[in-house]
Design a protein around this ligand. Structure first.
Ligand code: KIV
Length: 314
């Protein structure tokens, strides 16, 4: 069932494009399922990116190359089912836009059909034909330049990009080409801030940075990084606003200890039959076990079954 926020009009790609120069930076945060989407939407983000980083932070892979269109459809659909106010951008996974142009458009359409309002793909001039074809099919495209994790092998690892003049100029030229092709925004990942500034000043659509410094029109971080759920590695550009991984381990260890020490569940966390019924049940059990039906009957309070939380019924 759709969330209660169904009446909220979602942010659109043209609205994000129009934020260029507004003075209020765009906030984009990743999410991969319904609960994370609700948290990101409630926090007031402008854009939810269903990133292929799902590979690393949710699915346990070491890189994003393992993620398929089917995987992305599954996660975009889960996010979109919450009908969030932020624009939902679905990441196109590796090889979904590298082969034929018709297949590229069909793959983008699959993400839109399950609720994405736009798609994102990595690469610049090399991918222009594919970018144009998706835009031609009326699907807004967000570009992604700098460190493009799907090119990890070609780049020789996860490294800062655009460190020399030639590489910096190539990123600017790619950004100009993507903007000219009609991309509504461009992610800049792991580039020096001087490069991000030049790109931002060179194009008429917003740049959204991650590890690209402050001279961008917006910022994006990965949900699990911001909240300390992915705490195995912390890139330089991540600021952690919570330590949910630590909090979760502490909470679950407390639960385990309570179970092992007999402290969970308490009487309040237990359904009780009415006294008379409890007596009958006890008598029945003891009769069938050959014991005294009355003497050993436990006394228990009554109680109606109660709802134990959203989506659970007694
Ligand atoms: O997949 C992702 O999360 C991304 C961001 C790092 C921009 O592409």
């Amino acid at each position: 069932m759709a969330d209660s926020a169904t009446s909220v009009r979602p942010v659109t790609a043209p609205e994000i494009a129009a934020r260029k120069g507004s003075g209020t930076p765009i906030v984009m945060i990743t999410a991969y399922d319904a609960p994370t989407a609700r948290v990101v939407a409630d926090a007031g983000a402008d854009v939810i990116l269903v990133g292929d980083s799902v590979a690393n932070v949710v699915l346990g892979y070491d890189d994003t190359l393992q993620v398929t269109v089917d995987d992305m459809v599954h996660h975009v659909a889960a996010v979109a089912r919450t009908r969030p106010r932020p624009l939902v951008v679905g990441d196109m996974p590796w090889l979904s836009y590298h082969v034929s142009v018709p297949d590229t458009v069909q793959n983008a359409a699959r993400l839109v059909r399950v609720g994405a309002g736009a798609v994102k793909l990595e690469g610049g001039r090399k991918r222009l034909d594919h970018v144009r074809a998706i835009i031609d099919a009326e699907i807004p495209v967000m570009g992604h330049l700098g460190l493009t994790p799907q090119s990890v092998h070609a780049l020789g690892g996860f490294k800062v990009q655009g460190r020399d003049l030639e590489a910096a100029r190539a990123i600017v030229d790619d950004a100009v080409a993507l903007a000219d092709a009609g991309c509504f925004a461009i992610v800049l990942e792991c580039v020096p801030d001087a490069v991000a500034r030049l790109v931002t000043d060179s194009i008429a659509v917003p740049t959204i940075g991650i590890g690209a410094g402050r001279h961008c029109d917006g910022q994006v971080l990965v949900f699990h990084d911001v909240l300390g759920l992915e705490d195995r590695t912390t890139p330089k550009f991540v600021r952690r606003y919570a330590e949910l991984g630590t909090d979760a381990r502490t909470a679950l260890a407390a639960f385990a200890a309570d179970v092992r020490q007999g402290r969970f569940p308490s009487s309040d966390e237990t359904y009780h039959a009415a006294d008379t019924v409890a007596d009958e049940i006890a008598r029945y059990g003891q009769t069938s076990a050959g014991a005294d039906p009355v003497a050993d009957a436990p006394r228990s309070g009554g109680g109606e079954p109660r709802s134990v939380g959203a989506g659970h019924s007694a």
